[in-house]
Design a protein around this ligand. Structure first.
Ligand SMILES: NC(=O)c1ccc[n+]([C@@H]2O[C@H](COP(=O)([O-])OP(=O)(O)OC[C@H]3O[C@@H](n4cnc5c(N)ncnc54)[C@H](O)[C@@H]3O)[C@@H](O)[C@H]2O)c1
Length: 334
């Protein structure tokens, strides 16, 4: 009999259910446990996917003999829970952003390194067919401009209305496009942002910015802009998009496809599977084989992308451009 990979979930809400749905079909994966601070949520989760329910992740780690853990709690718990997991030798899938506390996030990343933990950040765009094709299309070509756009509504999950808990739209959502931008155009060196609030969203409990405008410089020489909004409606038909302007060529990556615009016309390559399928396949393949080359968003990558988006928030709050590497060093200093 083959030994199954025993997987546990910490935080059994929306994302945990989405990932469980994608890995439950793997013949050698067993969803063995779920822990949620809300006991009704972990109970409902195991009812659907199997395993044992816990209300405390430490009890789950002690008792459930897990090989791998998905951390799907609200963002401000990611690093502390990650640190709690390390002594148990489990592989870790950590939802993005890595955390809102860069000091704790860096401590977690360094401790995971020291333990040689197989660990990744859930930045799923980088595992899509569209992204991989864009990597080939762009290659080492010089990039003039990166244009990132994600028009969205007030988040459907209420704790995300509070920027102290979720960080706002650039941190919580545009981080995916910013991560794609830095993967293809080089690290983001400088950010300069302006946000507004109470322009479109007047609900008193909406403790957030509603419009986001960011400019960026990338290590390979490109300049970039990133626009976000929490002011629209979910049905709006503008796909989130990352545009890369090369000489006589535009490469556009969305959650559904990649397109190349040249003087000869437009070529399109559509994704053949849901966006989160590839990232889950890669994580399970890495756990199954121990081969870390399946993972292209290790925790270090999550840390630099998280630092870039938190630096954008700092820039919007201070009105000054921020050097991302210096910001990460200062914020994460002991
Ligand atoms: N990769 C993506 O596309 C994507 C999309 C949405 C959200 N996210 C991220 O995933 C994470 C989870 O978001 P979600 O939409 O599933 O939220 P959610 O609110 O649906 O689920 C979070 C769950 O964590 C539980 N929880 C809270 N504190 C806990 C603790 N200390 N221990 C255990 N459980 C705890 C809550 O009770 C809840 O059930 C967030 O960091 C979010 O930014 C990622």
């Amino acid at each position: 009999m083959t030994t199954k990979i025993r997987v546990g979930f910490i935080g059994a809400g929306r994302m945990a259910n989405l990932h469980a749905n994608l890995i439950a079909k793997e013949p050698d994966v067993q969803i063995a446990a779920a822990a949620d601070a809300d006991a009704a949520r972990s109970a409902a989760f195991v009812q659907k996917w199997g395993g044992v329910a816990f209300s405390d992740h430490r009890a789950m780690l002690e008792q459930a003999r897990l090989d791998a853990v998905y951390i799907c709690t609200p963002t401000t718990h990611h690093a502390a829970i990650g640190l709690d997991c390390l002594p148990y030798g489990v592989a870790l899938y950590v939802e993005k952003p890595l955390d809102l506390d860069l000091h704790l996030a860096r401590r977690f990343v360094e401790a995971a390194d020291a333990d040689q933990t197989l660990a990744m950040t859930g930045l799923q765009w980088r595992y899509s067919e569209a992204y991989r094709r864009a990597e080939e299309l762009i290659g080492d070509e010089p990039i003039a401009l990166v244009n990132l756009r994600w028009y969205w509504t007030r988040p459907p999950i209420r704790w995300m209305w509070d920027r102290a808990l979720a960080g706002g739209q650039i941190v919580d959502q545009n981080i995916h496009l910013i991560d794609v931008g830095s993967a293809l155009a080089g690290d983001i060196t400088t950010v300069y942002a302006a946000y507004n609030e109470q322009q479109a969203n007047h609900e008193p409990e909406f403790a957030n910015w509603d419009g986001y405008a960011l400019t960026m410089r990338f290590a390979r020489g490109a300049v970039g802009v990133c626009a976000g909004a929490y002011a629209l409606f979910p049905e709006i038909q503008f796909e989130p998009a990352a545009d890369f302007t090369l000489r006589d060529c535009l490469v556009r990556i969305t959650d559904k496809r990649v397109q190349r615009y040249t003087p000869s016309g437009v070529e399109t390559w559509a994704n053949t599977e849901p966006l989160h399928r590839g990232v889950n396949r890669a994580f399970i393949a890495a756990v199954r084989s121990g081969d870390r080359s399946h993972i292209c968003t290790p925790l270090h990558n999550g840390l630099t992308s998280t630092a870039a988006v938190l630096a954008a928030n700092r820039s919007a709050q201070t009105g000054a451009p921020i050097n991302v590497a210096a910001f990460l060093a200062a914020e994460s200093a002991a």
